[in-house]
Design a protein around this ligand. Sequence first.
Ligand SMILES: Cc1ncc(COP(=O)(O)O)c(C=O)c1O
Length: 446
Amino acid sequence: MNANEMMREGRFLDKDLLGEHRPPSERVDCEQVRFHDFYQASTSKDLLEKCGRFYGYLYDAKQKHQYLYRRTLYRGSSARVVVFDVRAQREREMIMMASNSYLDLTTDPRVVRAADEAQRRYGYGSGGVALLSGTYEVHRKLEATIAECYGREDAVVFPTGYAANLGTLQALLSPGDLAILDMYSHASLVDGTQLAGVTTKYFRHNDVQHLEELCRRLRSRFNGVLIAVDGVFSMDGDVCPLPDLSRVAKENGARLLIDEAHAIGTIGPRGLGTEDRFGMIGAADIIAGTLSKAPGGLGGYVAGSHELVEYLRHFARSHIFSTSLPPPVAAGLIEAFHIIRTDEPLRQRLGENARYFARELQAAGFETGPTQTPIVPLILGDELLARRMTHDLHEEGIFASAVVYPAVARTGARVRFSVMATHTREDLDYVISTVKRLRVRYASGE
Ligand SMILES: Cc1ncc(COP(=O)(O)O)c(C=O)c1O
């Protein structure tokens, strides 16, 4: 359907999608500027000056059809999606290679049915923060489900995974404590340390020796020490070395936090994440995670001892000052966890698809880094090249995202593919052959 037909059908298309953006006061050539240029501190007396300059850049990128963020979906996000194509001014079906819903639970009929039933019973919002008026039966059941998955006494749910990390670090850390993070840890962990106002050190990615060195050198100067890492790293798809991290934490009297965002549902023989993968249930002091990736919904969580969880329920500001999850989402998530735990064939398909896709790209000589999960980065190094590849993939009907600074280092720009359990072999083969074709085209200087 083209734009006119879509509007006749009652679909919403705003001016931005129709290419009718208000011109900026100054246009900035998007091919001369990198995204990270906008991160430099401004010295202007006008706080909003930076917004005007960025708008000039975005306007140029949109006019040249080089802006591929905020692509608009017109159906539920699944292995195939319907997207509005701004260049062609029509909707089109694409292969989705950028969703974190690895098991395709976002649109799974079993999950949707559970959410539907809860919506009829409770309505669509919760109406309050969990402490005062926003705790429903489904919230308690979801927390019990998460605690059971991780073999912990209790769990607390937050509005998002970002909020879970932010609130946990803010509540547990005080000036005088030390946070030590893997240098590739998620932004929410980094931001949590800033909110807590603690000294923060970074160890080289997955380099346990470096972590040990930092602990040895710094331990005696601080009160409490927290080591915080992602279980599965979101940009590279590799797994943290849990046995070594757990040992170093114990030897140094530090507490260990593992962020399970991309690990739950994707790794471990039972699909239960990093500890399951290493057969080390209970190794971390604090399990944090998000409900928005493999579980397919929205929200974050922390699982641990009763003491830890009750403390967070009463002192983590992103929990106590923020409304609880809509009950239908909580109900959908309970079903999603049930599927993660019982639908082994679905998890197996995800594993097979992920291994196949990474193996084929590697065999063709592409740099995919150390991935061991459905996150398969195609590391290109240069932001403009990553943007060009994303654009050309879009033209070929493949929805993938360019990931650039600050999500990765300035030299680590990439196209990040996410494999799903419901991708067919034909889908994956088509993506692989397209990437190969584009490489030939770029090499010939086209
Ligand atoms: C490792 C990691 N932690 C936390 C988050 C934040 O989760 P959410 O999107 O639920 O806020 C993400 C997601 O982007 C993530 O990748």
